[in-house]
Write a protein that binds this ligand. Structure first.
Ligand code: B12
Ligand code: SF4
Length: 501
């Protein structure tokens, strides 16, 4: 059996296909990974045809000896998966299985194109598909796998229980054996070498910011929270919240890093991308830090939620080499916090976490606080509440403002459909980038505050009711539209003039 696994993401970390590849290899199935980084990067536009014909031809050549092709996709990569699948179907006779977040949430829609989809975690499910294909058995009764027969009837199957022991799963496949990538510099799809990996990883936002090449890992799966705009909530509903949050043991993570550094000695820092790394219990964090200092001793970054950041955890992590962290704030409006199901992470809690973080400012890079903009339920007051909250954040900091994308399966998306705010999923979700912020006064203030250098007093003044009424009025709208239109190109021009990419 040979399975070709394809990732369309701009970031070649792609844990999904790497996790599956390792698991299949461990179980005697040969795999080939093909990375087709989306040429649009994170700046999406409505452009269904992403890959040129010569790349699709080369991809078909790599799939010619495959018994199964697997494609991983998030919602914004649906067009990529459709284009790849259709082109393979036109060139070869190979079954195509889709997996990842989007097929998990929208299996029926995905079956309009794919032969099979995997709902939820995929390791054991895809192995069962391989066994069925190998023995000529049916794929219609495999847990987690949905398929569509020639008569158009969909065979739905429930999910199997989650793997609770993550140590039973091998670490993601970074072996570079039978790995390929579309690298335009090399003129097409080429064998992926550590040198190419280095170049791709070095291009990541945080890598560029830190001036070091980052390697991402996940020390667990799941999140303790259930934010209304987040896909985690939908996945928890699929499996039941109990047992959803799972951790790998400290030694399992350290072994992965030792092997990754052997293959990729250029790794300059580790980016722990667990949804909520700080949710690990204090004792585990202390064990983790001890092992980190002994076995890894590289700088690292991670994500924390305001509900889980404590001084004790910060002490241990900073001492072990944490240099930067990211925390979700999302809004400073108590009303929107309630809508987001984040009441437990209200302004006082967030400020308390920010003060703790700030007390390490001499040893940390400015932390990043994520904000969600353009929530349709926000009133002017809600938005001004957020800006006033930003004016209270202890400096230094950075903001990461994301325009809300109402991903399918989330509570907020369902509400927005019912309330008439979400009417065209293609433009509002599938092809929407978080960078498409509404060009108005409120968002302009947030962009001004983004670097953490804008004077807080002046920001609070700009967010006063009277001031916002004038500058946020219809009269000024064309001005903000113009400001947003020129801001991006102007920033890029300045960077180019300064010789930075
Ligand atoms: C790590 C991560 C990233 C990383 C790495 C992404 C990458 N390209 O690898 C970074 C930070 C770069 C990133 C970026 C983005 N991300 Co992100 N990211 C995650 C995160 C935290 C973990 C995903 C992960 O790798 N998990 C570990 C693996 C093992 O699990 P998995 O992917 O679910 O895979 C399992 C199954 O889904 C299945 N499976 C997966 N692929 C396949 C393929 C086949 C063939 C089969 C059979 C099964 C299968 O089996 C796997 C193993 O069990 C999730 C949140 C979450 N907790 O899931 C968000 C998440 C996936 N990201 C999301 C989004 C929106 C993005 C962005 C598009 C935009 C943004 N706002 O950041 C960008 C664009 C991607 C890019 N630039 O490449 C959303 C997706 C929502 C949606 N409906 O699509 C999520 C769910 C966040 C959220 N809470 O809403 N992301
Ligand atoms: S804390 Fe982050 S990952 Fe967890 S549910 Fe909320 S948004 Fe999702």
């Amino acid at each position: 059996m040979r399975v070709v696994l394809i990732s369309p993401y701009p970031d070649i970390t792609a844990f999904g296909v790497r996790a599956i590849s390792s698991f299949l290899r461990q179980n005697g199935v040969a795999t080939r990974l093909v990375f087709l980084p989306d040429p649009l990067g994170d700046a999406l536009t409505d452009q269904p045809e992403r890959y040129p014909a010569r790349i699709l031809d080369a991809l078909a050549d790599l799939c010619r000896d495959a018994d199964l092709v697997g494609i991983s996709l998030m919602t914004n990569y649906m067009d990529n998966a459709v284009q790849i699948t259709r082109s393979l179907r036109a060139r070869l006779m190979v079954p195509v299985l889709w997996g990842g977040v989007h097929p998990t949430i929208r299996p029926r829609e995905c079956l309009d194109t794919a032969d099979m989809v995997c709902v939820g975690d995929g390791e054991e499910a895809i192995l069962d598909v391989c066994l069925a294909l190998e023995t000529g058995g049916p794929v219609t009764g495999i847990a987690n796998i949905w398929s569509k027969g020639p008569d158009g009837v969909v065979a739905e199957n429930p999910v199997r229980p989650l793997t609770t022991d993550l140590d039973a799963l091998p670490p993601p496949d970074w072996s570079h054996e039978e790995h390929y990538i579309w690298d335009d510099r090399a003129g097409g799809i080429v064998a992926l070498t550590p040198a190419i990996t280095e170049r791709f990883l070095a291009g990541g936002t945080v890598s560029k910011m830190l001036g070091r090449v980052g390697y991402q890992t996940m020390t667990g799966r799941g999140c303790p929270h259930r934010c209304a705009y987040c896909v985690n909530d939908a996945i928890k509903s699929l499996y039941g919240a109990k047992g959803y949050l799972r951790w790998r043991s400290v030694s399992h993570v350290m072994d992965e890093l030792a092997e990754a550094r052997r293959i990729m000695p250029f790794i300059g820092y580790v980016w722990i991308s667990d949804d909520a790394f700080f949710a690990r219990p204090l004792e585990e964090i202390r064990d983790f830090c001890k092992a980190w200092k002994e076995r890894v001793a590289l700088p690292f970054t991670c994500l924390g939620s305001p509900a889980t950041i404590t001084r004790e955890k910060m002490d241990a992590l900073v001492d072990a080499g944490m240099i930067y962290l990211q925390m979700g704030v999302q809004t400073g409006s108590p009303r929107i916090q309630e809508l987001f199901n984040r009441k437990a992470m209200g302004n006082d809690k967030m400020l308390a976490a920010m003060r703790i973080i700030n007390s390490y400012k001499d040893r940390l890079l400015p932390p990043s606080y994520d904000f969600i903009l353009d929530t349709p339920y926000e009133t002017v007051k809600d938005r001004l509440d957020s800006i006033r909250f930003i004016a209270r954040i202890p400096k230094p900091f950075r903001l990461q403002p994301f325009s809300l994308v109402l991903y399918p399966g989330t509570k907020l998306a369902a509400m927005a459909v019912a309330d008439g705010y979400l009417t065209d999923e293609r433009s509002q979700v599938y092809t929407k980038s978080y960078t498409m912020r509404r060009p108005d006064y409120g968002n302009f203030l947030i962009l001004l505050a983004k670097g953490g250098r804008f004077p807080s007093g002046l920001l609070a003044f700009c967010a006063r009711d009277g001031v916002a009424k004038v500058f946020g009025s219809k009269l000024f709208r064309p001005f903000w539209e113009l400001a947003f239109a020129v801001a991006g190109p102007a920033k890029r021009l300045v960077k180019r003039l300064l010789g930075r990419r």
